[in-house]
Design a protein around this ligand. Structure first.
Ligand SMILES: [Mn+2]
Length: 327
């Protein structure tokens, strides 16, 4: 019997969840001969449309609830786990009549889905989580963005941080197939030392260091707010912690960047700011004024690629507003 594990693609917690589920199933359920892995991503037009289920069992971890009868296991911790009210009702009915209580688990209080699976597997199935403490520790730190400092987040000294970088930029689906089983078989440093991981890591580290230098060159700090404009160097992404790493005394950042499909204003609050929470500006409210959105501490606004000047003007207005906020 094959177990197909569907997991949140390009996500450290997603890969760790798939790995811990596999080890738990092998040790405590024991009915599977083989496991294979399929990454799922959020996309327009339905997330489960082209999914091919295994004839054996199918598990979904760290990703949305599916109402398909083929799905025999589900674990998630995302607030937005249900695609519809009907799905939520189906899940809740299954919990009540006892048909699904042993197989479908949802708890948004968990920082990582890896942590949720470990807890349930130990409590309900006697799974031994003692050998997995390193993995559980880092899944919570990465998925909860609970880095101890901007330095820890940007310098990536810990193996988990470098693994996160390669997982988030996974070259192809084969990469996950190879990587996932290893995450619960050996220490993270040993996973990182594998040749195929090192090969994928090299170019990503180079890109990361290039964006640090680019943002260093362009950043200006004035009255607690960093501004930078890298629209002339199109990029598909950079670590949002870089500005705070370069200028730790800043409270806010307003960055302007460009990718193939948009010009983006990124507005953020330094997670390690010394300001009191009550004194912080609500970033979502600012972004919403320009048709963007986000959370209280971080948000973004997207403009069409030909609206670069509008984006630049809006970024300047937002930066002025943040510079006038309490220091
Ligand atoms: Mn997660």
């Amino acid at each position: 019997m094959n177990v197909r594990v569907f997991y949140h693609d390009r996500c450290f917690d997603g890969a760790c969840s798939a790995s811990i589920f596999t080890r738990f199933h092998r040790e405590r359920i024991g009915t599977a001969k083989t496991f294979d892995y399929v990454g799922l991503a959020h996309q327009a037009g339905g997330v489960f449309n082209n999914v091919e289920y295994s004839e054996g069992e199918n598990a979904i971890v760290d990703f949305k609830y599916s109402n398909a009868p083929e799905v025999t296991w589900w674990f998630d911790h995302h607030q937005s786990a249900f695609l519809s009210d009907a799905d939520r009702a189906q899940y809740e009915a299954g919990q009540k009549d006892g048909t699904e209580t042993m197989r479908k688990y949802f708890d948004p209080n968990y920082t990582s889905c890896t942590g949720l699976i470990a807890h349930v597997a130990h409590r309900d199935f006697g799974f031994d989580t003692a050998p997995l403490l390193e993995l559980l520790h880092w899944a919570d730190i990465v998925d909860g963005a609970k880095y101890e400092s901007a330095q820890a987040a940007v310098e990536m000294k810990e193996p988990a941080m470098k693994l996160t970088l390669v997982i988030e930029s996974a070259p192809d689906s084969l990469f996950g197939q190879k990587l996932i089983p290893l995450l619960t078989e050996m220490p993270l440093q040993k996973v990182l030392d594998q040749d195929f991981v090192q090969e994928a890591l090299g170019p990503q580290l180079e890109k990361h260091h290039a964006s640090i230098e680019m943002i260093r060159e362009r950043s200006k700090l004035e009255r607690g707010t960093i501004t930078f404009d890298i629209t002339d160097q199109p990029t598909e992404g950079y670590s949002k912690f870089i500005p705070y790493y370069l200028m730790p005394e800043a409270n806010y950042v307003v960055g302007l960047s460009k990718s193939s499909f948009r010009v983006k204003i990124s507005v953020g609050t330094n997670p390690w700011t010394k300001l009191m929470p009550a004194d912080l500006v609500n970033i979502a409210a600012i972004c919403e004024r320009y048709g963007g959105g986000g959370h209280a501490r971080v948000g973004a606004i997207s403009f069409a690629p030909d609206k670069e000047e509008d984006a630049r003007k809006a970024a300047a207005v937002i930066a002025e507003e943040l510079k006038k906020s309490p220091l």
